[in-house]
Every structure is written in structure tokens, then in C-alpha cells.
Design a binder for this molecule. Structure first.
Ligand code: MCN
Ligand code: CUM
Length: 804
């Protein structure tokens, strides 16, 4: 027997934790074998599409579908009146508000769903939409959230201001909630008695996740068997099943929800949209399958937007730069309905992570949610529940404070970082940061870019500019972010009452391969690759021999889905725990086979070995076979396990990003010379997948910071409803990224892993934006709102008098 000295080869074959295993799903994605919702084609299938409002705020006087119904191939036109008897003309949102499924008496944003046309094909449906005559009477439009709180114009006539909302009293008819955290009085006192105070309004503009594949579904009601099957672009298929059951009255076991391959989610596909409800109703009414797929404009104008946070900050410090307090008030523009997909108790998500990476003794945040005539949503786009806004806020406030202190911004960060010996760290706003080593990451990042050298070069550039020798400036964009992901402990976090645990079920087959199913759903993150690696290391079966399945509620265990970078922290933990159950039983089987006490065995990569007798062992393949082939006293046959994992805490990944940017003062154009991204997501499962996540997230951050926005005119017309106007970076605009890492495991996660999917967006946006600001610091710039497109950057230079 030579097997015991070929450990390296066995580890290699396992393709477990830490292996840069190639993504198994790419074989089908790159060869046209993906199976997306629009690939679902059923016999007799009909197509639904929406008549949408051209007005942002209007009363609907009448809807006449006569001409549309006369068009050959049109089957039905549904309006709110048709849904009323079913009580489906409104639906609950994930934020405790309700939302019109189809316009009920009025419309509240441009692109709102007014009627649902069902036809034999997509083109007939599109033609019929043009034939539906809607008589609108326009109403005053409110697009400014500050104006919304003072105007007499009532947006939500369905709500009674004297009644509290889902999160307490409402102070105005367009007010949704006031949500507060921290000690307001103590914070104000600390700030007032401080030597240095910096104050700024930081705006994180409205944008959109814009996944390549838009949202859509196919609903198929089988009236004979009483079964409803729903394929859709769902980031949380089980939750959709529960909601569909509650809304329709169909028993949950008679509903099957399937998320097939998803072409990018980015939070856009968490919420429940009117299209799903209408497709289900239409299928029930017609007895035929009904497909609904958005076009690009529908997607940009009507589905979950992101951000739109006006963050008024005050930060104080000693003369030496030690931060003494942080105060933040947010005016949060939620659009027409509060349809944020936050955990129930957190109407502003985890925004109160806004003390960031810093040891701030006292802090307060208050968030006012406000209705306006814009599309609903808010929590989307690699955001970890508003952590993007929080990180942008604190990283801008740090820069502004550095200006106020006339201090280097890297040094200011360093002297305020939470120290490694302070973890687990209790933040002033109530979080318990699990682990971190910020100083090590920061020093590594600064050294990697030669920070001192860059500052020298920048100072020389400023002098050269002043002498008229150059027209480009150099910006050094610094960011140290702290993320909070892995929602979450069930006691704190739920979605519509469903606790946010997650799950994994494993079946080991007799020949030593396995199938594992999880409650999450990949949208491009590579779960089929990486969850197999977690299991491989736990159960000693090569990840090549483990099939990972997600997204079918008939087969996968109940889970809360994929968003908030929670899959690794929660379902990844469930996978490890289920794996450990398998291994525990495998140990009993091995003990029986080897005729030793189970305590005399030790685990070694892919087998149990008798302690002190390395040539006596049973591999997992042998054990798997025995589980089905032998009658083992005291043990049930088979080798299966399931784990429902309730995490004890969230995980707190972090990172240090540095962006070096050249800015042409005369054109406002920028060039990114260098982008260095150090991420710490604890134990790394697949370095290649992590790097892919970081590249993608940074590119989305680049988009947001440098050009992308969902903009409205005063009449509430969405000005950026096409990809001509909505900036999506291509290879041309995307710079080279240098990635790096440190590895600080999470102490409470079974394998020490933290999430990473959203980190690059959380940290990327402030890095790009700070670079722009930093380039102009020497000329007096303090704050300027994103996106930093060429025109706005040119305008900064102009306003600073740099155009002579
Ligand atoms: N990973 C790892 N080691 C770690 C952490 C993560 O190897 N320590 C791997 C995971 O195994 C997984 C991937 O990185 O394959 C992302 O894991 P995680 O951070 O747990 O995030 P989720 O899987 O929950 O994905 C959600 C996250 C979110 S919320 C958005 S938004 C986003 C993102 O992922 N949407 C994406 N990245 C995306 N990437 C693609 N391609 N498409 C999207 O829609
Ligand atoms: Cu907030 S975007 Mo992701 O959580 O799906």
C-alpha cells in the first residue's frame, strides 16, 4: 500500500477549499447550452406584456381595450378592475408597504404597469398595447424628496397619514418612516465640544443594476392536477413560492417555483414584480402557460432601482485627527412604493454600518424614507442592504475631514482604524464586527502602490499645472471599507416573516459521488463550482464528483436565496455542517468495516485512517458503497444529510482599494492608471472565482461612479431608459485591476469564510469617486456629486476657475 504517502496528489484530485478550480457551469454557458427563462417554451404558451404609463403622476379616467381585443391573436386585456375580485390589484411589498399590481385609479411613476395584454405571440401583444386607450389626467409631479416632504401634493392617496406605517408614525403624507440608531444627544454633544468638525451633504445618486438578462417568468397552471409551475428570474425562489401561495390561495405544495439559469441578478431579481402576478393570473384565467419577459426599457424604468440616498453628515475629531463622533441624517428617496428588499426590521438596511472601519466612540443615524414619483425599489446592485451607501458616506466624510484637518487621508484612516486586538468589536451603532486586521491590509496596499511616491508625484504635478506645463491632474482615490454580509441571525433578520437561515442537503450515492442541493441560487457567482469545493474538503469526495443543484423548490431544501453576499456565509456554512454530518456517519461505517472503535480513527483528506496504522484505512468511496451494501448494526442504510444553518452573527469582510486617476482638466476625461484592490473575505474557497467577482464588482463600481445614473426631468420623465443613455462600461472603459488579499477568517463560520460578491462595489465606488475629488483637492474641491461623467468633471474644473 503506497496510498498514505501520496497526499499531495489526493489533495489535488479533491479540488477542495482554496483551489482555483475552473467554473463547471461555463461549459454550458459558453456553448449555448444555458437554460434561461426565455428558453422555456411550452405548447400553447401565450405572451403577456404591459401597457405602461407615460405619465409620472396622473389620474386614470378610463381604459378602453375594445380595439386591442379586436386584434386577431389577442386573448385578454387585464386591468385593476379584473384583479379586484381576486384582491390582487395590489400586493404587499417586502418592506411592509403595498404596491399596485395594475394602476388602480392613478399612476405614480413613468413606466408603471397599467394593463396586461395577453396574446398568442410577443409581437401581437406589442401591437395590442398600442391599441389600448387610456385617458389620463395629469397631476403635479414630485421628483425631489425634499420637496415631497413639504408639498400639499398627496402621492399615496391609499394611505392614511394618521395611521402609522410599517415602521412607526409618518410625519407627512409623503413620509414613509423615520428610522434611527445610536445616541443622538451624546453624538451631538461630542461633535459640539470637538476641536474640528466637518460637515457635508453626500449624495449617492439613483442607478440601476441592469443585468444582461431582464426580469421575466413563465406561469403554467395545470388545472387538471391543480399544480402551478412558475419559472422565473428569482433570486429567492422559495420566498416567491410562499408569497405566491399566500396571494393566490393555492397550497404551497401545489406550487413549484424554478429559477433556471439567471443572466445576472445583482439584486434586481429579489423583489416581486407585477409581471409575475399578472402572468399567474393570466395562466389561471386562460388555462394556458403565459410568459412575461421585460424589454430593456421596462427593466431600466420600472424594476428595482438602487441608491438615491441624500446623506447629511457631520464628523468631528481632535486636532490630531482622532475621530470623536459621527452624525448622519439621510433623506431616502424610495419612489412610489416602499418596495425595498431589506430584512423586515431594517427599513434602511444595514446602513448603520456607516461608522465603517473606524473606532468611532459615539454615533447617530436617522433615515427618513420618502415617497416620490419614481419607480420603486432601492435595495439592489451589489449593495449588501445599503452598505454601498454607508461605505460611500463614511469614505467621503473621512476625505472631507482630512481636508478640514489639513492632513493626509491615508494617515487619518490609519490612526482611526479599529485595531486587530479590538475584535470582536462593538460599534457605536450596535454591530459586532467578527474579525479584521485593517492596519495590515492598509499598509500592504499603500506599499503596493508606492503611496509616498504617488503623493510626491501628485504635488509635482500640481506645481507643473500651476506653471502651465500640464493640463492633467493626478488623483489618488483611497478607500478602506468594511462590509457586513451573511444575513442573518434568524432572531434579527427575516424577509416577510421567514427567518434568514439557509440550507444544504447532500446525498452520497453508492459509487461514491454526490448530489447536493442548496436554498440559494447562482446568477453568475459560480455556486456549482464553489459549493462543491466546500463539500469536497468536508466529505473527501472530489468536487468533480459532486453535482450542485439550486433553484427548484420541488427538490431543493427551503432557503432564503442569494443576495446580500449571504450564500457563502449562510448556505456555505450549511454545506459545511451537512458535510460534517456525513462524515460523522462515515466514521461509524469505517469503524465497523475496520473493526476498530470509531474514536480510533482519524480523518485524512478523503478517508478514515486507523490512528497509528496508516496502512489501515477506508476511503470515502468505499464507505459510500458500504452504506448501501452492508447491514451495519445500529446504523440506518444510506448516506444523506441536511443542515439548516442559522448563523450566529453576520460576517464582516473588508478591503483596501486605491485608484490612481489622471484627469484632463479641459475635457473632463479621466484615465485610470492603476487600480489596486485588496480584499479580505476570510477563508478563500476559490481564488479565481473571487477575482472574477472583484473584477465584475469593480467594473460596476466604475460605471456608477463615472457615468451611470437613472435621471428624471421635472415632469418625472426617465431620461435614461435605454442603453444609449444609461452607461454600461465595455472593455474600452474598463481599466486593468490588480487584485490582492489578506485572509482573516471569520471566527464563527464553520470554515471561516466571509462573503465577497458585493465588496468590490461597496469599496469601488468611493475609491473612484475619491480619486476624482483628490485630483482637485489642491484647488479647493470638497464635495461634488456623482456620477463623475466628463461634463460634470469639466464643470468642477470650470467652477474652480481652472479654465483660465
Ligand atoms: N467565494 C469564495 N470565497 C469566499 C467568498 C466567496 O470563493 N470567501 C465565492 C463563492 O463561493 C461564490 C462567489 O464567491 O461562488 C460569491 O459568493 P458570496 O460572496 O457568498 O455571494 P453570493 O453567492 O451570495 O452572491 C451574491 C452577490 C450579490 S448580493 C450580488 S448583488 C452580485 C454578486 O454576488 N450579483 C452577481 N456577484 C454577482 N456576480 C455575477 N456574475 N452575477 C451577479 O448577478
Ligand atoms: Cu443588494 S444587490 Mo445583491 O444583494 O443581490
Amino acid at each position: 500500500m503506497k496510498d498514505f504517502d501520496d497526499r499531495e496528489e489526493r489533495v489535488g484530485k479533491l479540488k477542495g477549499l482554496g483551489c482555483a478550480r475552473k467554473r463547471v457551469e461555463d461549459a454550458r454557458f459558453t456553448q449555448g447550452k444555458g437554460n434561461y427563462v426565455d428558453d422555456v417554451k411550452l405548447p400553447g404558451m401565450l405572451f403577456g406584456d404591459f401597457v405602461r404609463s407615460p405619465y409620472a403622476h396622473a389620474r386614470i379616467k378610463s381604459i378602453d381595450a375594445t380595439a386591442a381585443l379586436e386584434l386577431p391573436g389577442v386573448i385578454a386585456v387585464l386591468t385593476a378592475e379584473d384583479l379586484k375580485p381576486l384582491n390582487l390589484h395590489w400586493m404587499p411589498t417586502l418592506a411592509g408597504d403595498k404596491q399596485m399590481v395594475l394602476a388602480d385609479g392613478k399612476v405614480l411613476f413613468q413606466g408603471q404597469e397599467v394593463a396586461f395584454v395577453v396574446a398568442e405571440d410577443r409581437y401581437i401583444a406589442a401591437d395590442a398595447i398600442e391599441l389600448v386607450e387610456v385617458d389620463y389626467e395629469d397631476l403635479p409631479v414630485i421628483v425631489d424628496p425634499f420637496e415631497a416632504l413639504t408639498t400639499d401634493v398627496v402621492l399615496r392617496e391609499d394611505l392614511d397619514t394618521s395611521e402609522p406605517g410599517a415602521h412607526g408614525p409618518r410625519k407627512h403624507h409623503n413620509h414613509i418612516f423615520l428610522w434611527e440608531e445610536g445616541d443622538k444627544t451624546a453624538t451631538e454633544q461630542a461633535i459640539e465640544s470637538s476641536e474640528v468638525v466637518a460637515e457635508e451633504m453626500v449624495y449617492y445618486h439613483r442607478t440601476h443594476p441592469c443585468p444582461l438578462e431582464t426580469c421575466g417568468c413563465v406561469a403554467s397552471m395545470d388545472k387538471v392536477n391543480g399544480k402551478l409551475t412558475l419559472w422565473g428570474t428569482f433570486q429567492a425562489p422559495h420566498v416567491v413560492r410562499t408569497v405566491a401561495s399566500l396571494l393566490s390561495g393555492i397550497a404551497e405544495h401545489d406550487i413549484r417555483v424554478i429559477s433556471p439559469d439567471i443572466g445576472g441578478g445583482f439584486g434586481n431579481k429579489v423583489g416581486v414584480y407585477p409581471g409575475y402576478v399578472c402572468a399567474i393570473v393570466a395562466s389561471i384565467v386562460t388555462g394556458k402557460p403565459v410568459k412575461w419577459i421585460e424589454d430593456r426599457m421596462d427593466n431600466l424604468m420600472a424594476t428595482a432601482f438602487a441608491r438615491d440616498y441624500w446623506m447629511k453628515g457631520r464628523i468631528s475629531a481632535t486636532k490630531e485627527g482622532k475621530i470623536t463622533g459621527l452624525h448622519c441624517h439621510v433623506t431616502a428617496d424610495h419612489g412610489a412604493f416602499d418596495a425595498c428588499a431589506d430584512p423586515t426590521k431594517f427599513p434602511a438596511g444595514f446602513f448603520h454600518i456607516c461608522t465603517g472601519s473606524y473606532d468611532i466612540p459615539v454615533a447617530y443615524v436617522g433615515v427618513d424614507g420618502v415617497y416620490t414619483n419614481k419607480a420603486p425599489g432601492g435595495v439592489a446592485y451589489r449593495c449588501s442592504f445599503r452598505v454601498t451607501e454607508a461605505a460611500y458616506f463614511i469614505e467621503r466624510m473621512i476625505e472631507v475631514l482630512a481636508i478640514e484637518l489639513n492632513m493626509d487621508a491615508a494617515e487619518l484612516r490609519r490612526i482611526n482604524f479599529i485595531r486587530a486586538d479590538q475584535f470582536p468589536y462593538h460599534s457605536a451603532l450596535g454591530w459586532e464586527y467578527d474579525s479584521g486586521d485593517y492596519h495590515t491590509a492598509w499598509d500592504k496596499a499603500l506599499a503596493a502602490v508606492d503611496y509616498e511616491g504617488l503623493r510626491k508625484e501628485q504635488a509635482e504635478r500640481v506645481e507643473a499645472f500651476k506653471r502651465g506645463e500640464t493640463r492633467t491632474l493626478l488623483g489618488i482615490g483611497l478607500t478602506h471599507f468594511t462590509e457586513i454580509v451573511g444575513a442573518g441571525p434568524v432572531k434579527n433578520c427575516d424577509i416577510l416573516g421567514m427567518g434568514m437561515f439557509d440550507s444544504c442537503e447532500i446525498r452520497i450515492h453508492p459509487t461514491g459521488s454526490a448530489t447536493a442541493r442548496l436554498g440559494t441560487i447562482s446568477q453568475g457567482q459560480g455556486h456549482a463550482t464553489t459549493f462543491g469545493q466546500i463539500l469536497a474538503s468536508e466529505i473527501g469526495i472530489s468536487s468533480d464528483n459532486i453535482t450542485i443543484e439550486e433553484g427548484d423548490t420541488d427538490t431543493a431544501p427551503y432557503g432564503l436565496g442569494t443576495y446580500g453576499s449571504r450564500s457563502t456565509p449562510v448556505a456555505g456554512a450549511a454545506a459545511a455542517m451537512a458535510g460534517r454530518k456525513i462524515r460523522a456517519k462515515a466514521q461509524m461505517i469505517a469503524a465497523y468495516l475496520l473493526e476498530v472503535h470509531d474514536g480510533d480513527l482519524e480523518w485524512d483528506i478523503d478517508r478514515f485512517v486507523v490512528k497509528g496504522a496508516p496502512d489501515r484505512f477506508k476511503t470515502m468511496t468505499e464507505i459510500a458503497y458500504a452504506a448501501y451494501n452492508q447491514a451495519i448494526p445500529g446504523l440506518e442504510p444510506g448516506l444523506e444529510a441536511v443542515s439548516y444553518y442559522d448563523p450566529p452573527n453576520m460576517t464582516y469582510p473588508f478591503g483596501a482599494y486605491i485608484c490612481v486617476m489622471e484627469i484632463d482638466v479641459d475635457t473632463g476625461e479621466h484615465k485610470i492608471r492603476q487600480f489596486y484592490a485588496l480584499d479580505d473575505c476570510g477563508t478563500r474557497i476559490n481564488p479565481m472565482v473571487i477575482e472574477g467577482q472583484v473584477h465584475g464588482g469593480l467594473t460596476e463600481a466604475l460605471a456608477i461612479a463615472m457615468g451611470q445614473e437613472i435621471a428624471y426631468d421635472d415632469l418625472g420623465n426617465c431620461k435614461t431608459g435605454t442603453l444609449m443613455d444609461f452607461f454600461l462600461p465595455t472593455a474600452v472603459e474598463t481599466p486593468h485591476y490588480t487584485t490582492d488579499h489578506t485572509e482573516t477568517p471569520s471566527p464563527h463560520h464553520p470554515i471561516g469564510a466571509k462573503g465577497v460578491g458585493e465588496s468590490p462595489n461597496v469599496g469601488g465606488v468611493p475609491a473612484f469617486s475619491n480619486a476624482v475629488h483628490d485630483a482637485f483637492r489642491a484647488f479647493g474641491l470638497r464635495q461634488s456629486h456623482m456620477p463623475h461623467d466628463h461634463w460634470r468633471v469639466w464643470k468642477i474644473a470650470h467652477d474652480l476657475g481652472l479654465h483660465g
